[in-house]
Design a protein around this ligand. Structure first.
Ligand SMILES: Nc1ncnc2c1ncn2[C@@H]1O[C@H](COP(=O)(O)OP(=O)(O)O)[C@@H](O)[C@H]1O
Ligand SMILES: [Mg+2]
Length: 224
């Protein structure tokens, strides 16, 4: 589903270089929840941004589905990102001026084949999936943190991606809402998605099918 092949990444600063990833190779599969752990500064956010095609890498390649990322133009890259990858962030990043269903609809504008009615219907269905249909007309500030994150998950599914990337998705949530979010992410993996979560939360580790540790510029599976 998502294959990293010898990925290298170094940040070049004025005074020094920060090597973050060195020849990192790993294959993520569908129907699995992965949890990537690692110390602060280990490169977790860098890795997830590279996997999400938001950040360039220096060497190596990424294969998503059948597509080889290094051979794609910027437009093709953006297209692949929009179609195949859904993002969930620690701080939700909902548009405060839009109602929940409008936030969910936002990424659908890239799919010109859908009518406005079809987009609205789909966003209601995606909100239903996370138990928030009744909150569709609420603005983010009228929702709890856990509810906002569930809206963000709905939005990440707007274009039916195969891969969900989540950077500390439960970092701002209480234990009850954390479990709700993890249940939703787990159920998405059962429906065929590849769910990759960066987190240091012990609860997330328990939910994951596979735990990976990012250390010394590379990742390794952590035995159960
Ligand atoms: N844009 C950047 N420019 C330079 N250095 C960066 C940049 N982003 C991150 N770093 C450095 O790269 C390392 C990994 O950062 P990051 O991926 O954010 O780690 P984590 O998410 O595991 O805390 C850190 O040493 C950080 O300071
Ligand atoms: Mg980080």
């Amino acid at each position: 589903m998502l294959k990293l092949e010898n990925i290298c990444k170094t940040y070049h600063m004025k005074e020094k270089e920060v090597k973050v990833l060195d020849n990192l190779t790993y294959e993520f599969k569908e129907n699995q929840v992965y949890c990537i752990i690692g110390k602060s500064g280990a490169g977790k956010t860098t890795l997830i941004e590279i996997m999400g095609l938001l950040l360039s890498f220096d060497a190596g390649n990424i294969i998503i589905g059948e597509k080889s990322v290094k051979d794609l133009s910027d437009n093709e890259l953006a297209d692949l990102r929009n179609k195949e990858i859904g993002f969930v962030f620690q701080s939700f990043y909902l548009n405060p001026l839009m109602k929940a269903y409008e936030n969910v609809m936002l990424p659908m504008y890239l799919d010109k084949s859908l009518t406005k009615e079809a987009r609205i219907k789909k966003s209601y269905e995606l909100l239903e999936l996370v138990g928030l249909r009744k909150r569709a007309n609420h603005f983010p500030k009228e929702l709890s943190g856990g509810e906002q994150q569930r809206v963000a998950i709905s939005r990440s599914l707007a274009n039916d991606p195969h891969i969900i990337l989540a950077d500390e998705p439960t970092g701002n949530l209480d234990p009850e809402n954390t479990l709700k979010i993890l249940d939703i992410l787990k159920s998405l993996s059962k429906k065929g998605k590849c769910v990759i979560i960066v987190s240091h939360d012990e609860v997330v580790k328990k939910y994951a099918d596979i735990v990976l540790r990012l250390e010394n510029n590379s990742i390794e599976e952590v035995p159960e």
